[in-house]
Design a protein around this ligand. Structure first.
Ligand code: SAM
Length: 351
């Protein structure tokens, strides 16, 4: 697939000048290596990055920590599961409340980031008796609890989607901000990269996924134009989206690119099937009186969580559920831009 140059739309009644639109460059294009310097540990640079509402490279800022802890109410001696360990930010806070005597089981599918997070948490002093780490999909939570010889958990957290470490690493191919191979797999050792997936998908299936996974209003144009093509890099896919929709201004194009990337990522990682399995298994995995909190980042996820919690509240499995979603405060949204789309729901299993 060639990199696309976008021809501006002609104004009616004039001969169109053959203007070339410059390649989509992202809002703050920077070389990843430069950005990564923040990660070198200079506290002043890191503080500046955080003050501007961004996330320092190689880290992840946990979202709605106070609200999550209030919903989960972890107590000393309890068993907790963090289904999406990520950088371990939420896990660290939960561990502080279940110790002494408690244990946190941490899961993540990512073989690249998980060992780093485990090393970070061990470095903070959490040893095997307090923290056990598994590279596993949370769809398999019942099997993990069985392997741990734990009949059920008192506290379960799932903070869905991708971590900042994954998004910001161009080699993972999640973001258009830095050019990288079009991969998008949370576990690069399994399944097929987004490039291969897009090459095989039919126009109708892609159109449908663009609607149901990211509410894309221009799915009907994008699906047939993108499906079946070979895009080797994130940049090639972004350029192709721009070529299909030359009338969009940079702001709208950037939003469209993000929606397409989100839909492809959800499909490549089969994220909604994992969420459905997790929600189905939850009642089996929670102890009586156990609490679960789920952070979602788009309407397709939130609808599923809401429906499952409401159904299990009506049938008496859950004694209480969140009636409304909790959103990050405006202060948190300003301090951490990536928190903006988050929605929190919780449920309590009947005693
Ligand atoms: C938003 S991050 C979690 C951040 C974490 N709460 C923290 O404080 O650092 C989501 C993480 O969940 C992982 N993940 C996504 N889907 C998963 C699944 N089905 N099973 C296990 N891990 C998953 C991703 O690899 C990523 O590391």
């Amino acid at each position: 697939m060639q990199s696309c140059h976008i021809v501006n739309e002609p104004s009616p009644g004039t001969t169109p000048p053959h203007k070339r639109r410059k390649r989509y460059s992202g809002r703050h294009p920077r070389r990843f290596e430069d950005k990564y310097k923040e990660h070198g540990g200079d506290p002043e640079t890191i503080a500046k990055v955080m003050d501007s509402g961004k996330t320092p490279s190689g880290t992840h800022r946990p979202i709605m920590v106070a609200e999550v802890l209030q919903a989960l109410a972890p107590k000393p001696g309890e068993t907790a599961v963090d289904c999406t360990l990520g950088h371990g930010g939420h896990a660290e806070k939960i561990l502080a409340q279940i110790l002494p005597g408690g244990k946190l089981i941490g899961l993540d599918v990512d073989p690249v980031e998980l060992p780093k997070t485990e090393a970070r948490l061990r470095g903070l002093g959490f040893q095997q008796d307090a923290l056990s780490v598994h590279r596993s999909n949370f769809a398999g939570l019942p099997q993990i609890l069985a392997a741990e010889n734990v009949p059920g958990a008192d506290v379960i957290l799932a903070d869905l989607g991708v971590s900042s470490m994954q998004i910001d690493n161009p080699a993972r191919g999640f973001s258009v901000k830095f050019e990288g191979p079009l991969d998008m797999r949370m576990n690069p050792q399994r399944g097929q990269p987004a490039s291969a997936w897009l090459e095989k998908i039919t126009p109708d299936a892609l159109t449908e996924m663009l609607v149901s996974f990211s509410d894309e209003p221009r799915a009907a144009q994008l699906g047939p134009a993108l499906a079946g093509n070979k895009f080797a890099s994130t940049r090639e896919l972004a350029d192709a989206i721009g070529a299909v929709l030359p009338q969009l201004d940079d702001e709208e194009l950037s939003l469209t690119i993000r929606r397409v990337f989100q839909a492809v990522r959800i499909a490549v990682n089969d994220e909604l099937a994992a969420l459905d399995a997790f929600l189905r298994n939850l009642p089996l995995c929670l102890n009586a009186g156990g609490r679960v909190a789920v952070l979602t980042f788009h309407s397709g996820e939130d609808r599923r969580v809401k429906k499952s919690f409401e159904a299990n509240f009506s049938n008496g499995i859950y004694a209480d559920i969140a009636r409304e979603v909790t959103r990050p405060t405006p202060e948190e949204q300003r301090a951490n831009r990536r928190s903006a789309p988050a929605k929190l729901r919780w449920a309590v299993k009947a005693a």
